[in-house]
Design a protein around this ligand. Structure first.
Ligand code: AMP
Length: 114
């Protein structure tokens, strides 16, 4: 399967890691749109949030979000704040078909998003 996030997970492509464990890893986005732009990614290949289901899916979502919060603390975004973004499929702007959560910080975020 030609998935860049699977390749990074397996050590077959390089990335700037911020965190990793057996289930999840976090890397710096290669095209950052904020001073801090980190992707929280499960090692398991799941194309989008729409393919997650059941208790296993809920548990994975919980782990991804709690990892994002821990990473936000680690990169000193606790006080200033941050934004978590999940792009889903085409209209959501998803470009990589492997679930990932964006952690954005280091500047004032705008609303509504583009
Ligand atoms: P999305 O558009 O929500 O699917 O987000 C995919 C993100 O992955 C984009 O922000 C890309 O810049 C980022 N990205 C793609 N390839 C890599 C890579 N090799 N290393 C780090 N980030 C990447």
């Amino acid at each position: 399967m030609d998935c860049i996030f699977c390749k990074i997970s397996e050590g077959k492509a390089s990335a700037n890691f911020v965190f990793q464990n057996d289930d999840i890893f976090a890397i710096r986005d290669v095209h950052p749109i904020a001073p801090t732009h980190i992707l929280i990614i499960p090692r398991k290949h799941i194309p989008s949030l729409m393919e997650l289901d059941g208790a296993e899916g809920s548990a994975l979502i919980s782990k991804i979000v709690s990892t994002a919060v821990e990473v936000a603390k680690k990169v000193s975004l606790s006080d200033s704040g941050f934004r978590l973004v999940w792009n889903v499929r085409s209209d959501g702007g998803q470009t990589v078909g492997h679930i990932h959560l964006h952690l954005l910080g280091g500047r004032q975020m705008k609303w509504p998003p583009g």
